[in-house]
Design a protein around this ligand. Sequence first.
Ligand SMILES: [Zn+2]
Length: 208
Amino acid sequence: MLAQETGARLHLAHISTKISVELLRQAKGKGARVTAEVTPHHLLLTEEAVRGYNTNLKVNPPLRTEEDRQALITALADGTIDAIATDHAPWARHEKEVEFDVAPFGMVGLETALAAIWTKLVMPGELSAQRAIEALSTRPCQIVGTQGGRILEGARADFVIFNPDQIWEVDPNNFASKGKNTPFAGWKLQGRVIETVARGKVVYRWEK
Ligand SMILES: [Zn+2]
C-alpha cells in the first residue's frame, strides 16, 4: 500500500505465506512497483519437517503449512512471485549443534537450489523449466539492475553448466561451502551443476 501511495519501488524478500501472496497479487494488480522472491526451502518443505527438531530446519521466516507452500508454487509459476533466492545462511556445525530453542536461524541453499527446484517442481510439471531458470537468473538481475542472467556476445560470462539427467545424493560433506547446515541432506536429486563460470572464469567444477 505504501509503495503504491508513494510510487516507491519495493522488493519483498522470503515471501512465505498464502496471505502475503494474496497481498502481493493485489498490489501488483493495482500497479504498485513491487517485486518479490521465495526461497527453495519454503517451496519444498513445510512445518512438518521440523517435527524432529533438526536445528538445520530452523529458519526465519519459519517453514509454513502445505496450503502456504501450494500458494507459493502457484504464485511463482504465474509470475506473481518474481524470483527464487536461496537466503543462503551458513553456520558452523557447533553453532547449530545446540538445543532447537537457542539455535540460530538459517540454512545454506546455494549448492542445492537448482537441482532441488528441478527435481521437486520442474520434473513433476508444477513449474516450467523456463520459469524456473528465469526465476533463478534473468529476473533477479532485472530486479537489482545488473547485466547478468543472459548469454550475449560481449556480456559478462556468468553462467552454470547443468546436466538435467545426473542423479546425485545431497551430502553436506561434499559441499564447497564450509556451511553444512542444509535441510536437504540425504535427498536424492536429479540435475546437477557441472560447472560454474563467474566473470569468465571457471570457479567451480564438479568432481565425481
Ligand atoms: Zn534472509
